[in-house]
Write a protein that binds this ligand. Structure first.
Ligand code: NAD
Length: 478
């Protein structure tokens, strides 16, 4: 695939169609329009539902091996176009190019995993209480799926959902974030190019997500909704799902604590807290929002942390050397500024940064003297701001870490095996990274508890989300 130009202003239902209306996709680097995207509405959504339903009737009857083979070729096509995908992500949302390349590989890894998983959607034969009966559990695709994805991982959040859905035999309608329709369209075009049947994967870009979403949520033929984004929008989709009792998987907001004990390897903890905090300019749901350091090592940790953060290169995200690029848009920057202003007004000290640089850049920032009443302790900052707090003992660390409605990712640095187990068991989080600041992988269960979500993506757990169980009770005669 050479470029995106032929797809401008189009949406995919069955084939590509030119939309009646379009909107400008704004690149954060220049602030200018970088492309036109289709502005779909309820009519396009209804057409997509019809197409998804029709395509499901044949897609669900293909063999798992045929679906696996298509996923394998899609995976290869994604890797063959990794540089184009990476450049597109960087243009759309400002992710540094080296991270965008990593995301292209991460996105492909889910397709690779579900290529294998497709052929392992085993049913079961189980013992029954009656000797003349046999019990079977068949596993079937849920049905047509509606997916809503965020801008911060424009490729990874698409394949993490689409690959298991397609592997299971579901058809898939995708509504990408307003900021990042182009990456989603490229992925869908690659699926078509490798022979993905019409209607199995559809894309509805729009600047009005609620208008496209409403008919799909009302349609009983759409059997499942999968969403990654804010808790606020997730709550709304949860309520809308109730009407037709849809299956749901929600990956929502996070407020990740990073707990560093005094027995930890300090240099490793610094290195990984830097990576965890500043990748994607702090705009990930698993970025740490609260760094809790044992009081005995707080000064030493802070000094090393500030030094390491000073070494991060802020700049043009297209440059291979850039570590921190711009924030996605003006609203994102305003939130980061508000959080830092609020913290400083309530007594936090700025150990590094604290300022904007150019239009959408916020310098890597380290704050000390942060207290639980500050806004950044309750809401996701979604920016390159590292608040450092202290704790005195394990019980206090657990209490502080759990004192949030969120429960997505958490991190613990310790070399004490007993403590590592206790922390893993007592932290109310879907993910606990023990001496690991980057735990997400295609073969692992990713997801949150509490108000961070429902369901898991990755591994066999991710496939289960797209499968129903049919109990077959078979009488053998008396
Ligand atoms: P967002 O909730 O505003 O948007 C996410 C998606 O929801 C977009 O596609 C958007 O168009 C759509 N949307 C917005 N309003 C809608 C409506 N009324 N009806 C239907 N769809 C609607 O979130 P965002 O700002 O794009 O992304 C950042 C958020 O996503 C953060 O909270 C972050 O933590 C979360 N996130 C979570 C994960 C995870 O796996 N848990 C991963 C990435 C991002």
């Amino acid at each position: 695939m050479a470029d995106l130009t032929p797809l401008e202003g189009k949406y995919l239902t069955g084939g590509w169609h030119a939309a009646d209306a379009t909107y400008d996709v704004i690149g954060p680097l220049s602030g200018d329009a970088i492309a036109r995207a289709a502005h779909c509405g309820p009519d396009e959504a209804k057409a997509a539902a019809d197409t998804a339903w029709e395509a499901f009737q044949s897609w669900r009857t293909t063999t798992a091996f045929e679906r696996a083979e298509l996923l394998r070729t899609w995976h290869d096509a994604i890797l063959a176009n990794a540089e184009l995908l990476a450049r597109t992500m960087t243009r759309e949302m400002g992710k540094p190019i080296k991270e965008a390349r990593g995301e292209a590989a991460y996105a492909a890894s889910f397709v690779r995993w579900y290529e294998g998983e497709a052929t392992r959607a085993y049913g079961e034969v189980f013992p029954t209480a009656a000797g003349h009966k046999r019990g079977l559990a068949l596993r079937k695709p849920v049905g047509p799926v509606y997916a809503v994805t965020p801008w911060n991982f424009p490729a990874g959040m698409v394949t993490r959902k689409a690959a298991p859905a397609l592997a299971a035999g579901c058809t898939f309608i995708l509504k990408p974030a307003e900021q990042t329709p182009l990456t989603a369209m490229l992925l869908a075009e690659l699926w078509r190019e490798v022979g993905g049947p019409e209607g199995t994967l559809q894309v509805l870009p729009t600047n009005d997500p609620a208008a496209v979403t409403a008919p799909l949520m009302e349609d009983p033929r759409i059997r499942k909704v999968t969403f990654t984004g804010s808790t606020e929008v997730g709550r709304m989709l949860y309520a809308q799902s109730a009407e037709t009792i849809k299956r749901i998987s929600f990956e929502l907001g996070g407020h990740a604590p990073f707990v560093i004990f005094d027995d930890a390897d300090l240099d490793q903890a610094v290195r990984e807290t830097i990576a965890c905090k500043f990748r994607n300019a702090g705009q990930t749901c698993v970025c740490t929002n609260r760094i809790y350091v044992h009081e005995a090592i707080a000064d030493a940790f802070t000094a090393k942390y500030v030094e390491a953060a000073k070494g991060l290169r802020v700049g043009d995200p297209n440059d291979d050397a850039t570590d921190v690029g711009p924030l996605v848009d003006a609203a994102g920057l305003a939130k980061v500024q508000d959080h830092v202003r609020d913290a400083v007004a309530h007594g936090a000290d700025v150990a590094l940064g604290g300022e904007t640089q150019g239009d959408l850049y916020f310098l890597p920032t380290v704050l000390t003297g942060v207290t639980p009443d500050m806004r950044m302790m309750q809401e996701e900052t979604f920016g390159p701001v590292a608040p450092i707090l202290t704790f005195a003992n394990e019980a206090e660390a657990i209490a502080l870490a759990n004192a949030t409605p969120y429960g997505l990712a958490s991190y613990v640095y310790t070399n004490d095996l007993g403590r590592a187990w206790r922390m893993a068991e007592n932290l109310e989080y879907g993910i606990v990274g023990i001496n690991d600041g980057v735990p997400s992988a295609a073969h692992a269960p990713f997801g949150g508890v509490k108000q961070s979500g429902i369901g898991r993506e990755g591994g066999p757990w991710g496939l289960d989300e797209y499968l129903e169980v049919t109990y077959v009770s078979m009488g053998l005669g008396h």
